[in-house]
Ligand binder design. Sequence first.
Ligand code: ADP
Ligand code: MG
Length: 323
Amino acid sequence: MTLPLKLKYIAALLALVFALSLASCGAQSPVEREFFCMDTLCVLKVYGNSGAADGCEALLTELSRAIDPYSDGAASVFNKTGESDSPDLAGLYALSDEIRKKTDGAFSPALGSVIKLWEAARDTGVLPTGNELENALGAANGRVFSENGILKKENAGTLLDFGAVGKGYAADRAAEYLKENGVASALVSFTSTVAAIGTKPGNEKWRVAVRSPDGKGNAGYIDLEDGQFLSVSGDYERKYSIGGVDYCHILDPETGHPVKNGVRSVVVIGGSGAETDALSTAVFVMGVEKGSEYCEKNGITAIIMTDEGMTFCGGAEKTFVKP
Ligand code: ADP
Ligand code: MG
């Protein structure tokens, strides 16, 4: 059948509208990617642009290598040789050191020497000696500085470890990448840090479950808005026991000991993943009293959980949904 030109044009137009409506139906189910990254499982849920999901996975895999102290990337090279020319590493260190200052040292990106001691204790069941701890703390307090674009350290024993900020930093970079690549709706999860981009299709906010520290289901839910990040630091994450005493993976940079102050977990919500990640660790170290005071004073939205209950700071109760 041959159609007059005008009809042909309308038929083509209808085909196009049909294709577009199919595309928008297709956009209702997200492109999902799951891969190991930043020492945890990363899940990307991207609506409408599968190419962006692939690009984001590649970016995160590369970043993870750069900041993992145990791979062959920039952080590992810096720890071994004492120098790095990686702008990524220098940028992350500078940002982390700012947070160290702002939290009065409760968060520190140079705790690697102390972390290593406690990881060895966890594996061998033998606690570090006072002398070992003192040496490790000395190294952790060594100066790290930039000179002509090269990151350097004064004490060869100083080791960078971005375990408490890397996932948040990666979430920032992923959110930025997805937005730049035209994604209007996505969720990026590194288990303990989540980034929300846009809303879910249907204009719903991204609802994130917050685990109860006693392991019995969820303490509640938080509805995240576009551009918001949520991080959790919990003692249940990587707990171990030596001689019948429980230890957690979060350390007090002042004493070098695992934190034991009654805090079970801290949730922080904010506009930067690096900040929410590092702050959830820092507030955990500060404890309920000092931590809640710090959050109120600095406008940080947080929930501090103990066995006794929850302390809401900076208006966190407004975003909290009970189960
Ligand atoms: P998770 O890894 O479960 O998200 P955190 O974000 O709280 O938990 O980070 C904990 C990790 O950060 C530890 O495993 C360790 O590598 C490192 N770390 C522990 N205590 C501190 C601290 N006070 N400051 C900076 N890094 C820390
Ligand atoms: Mg953290």
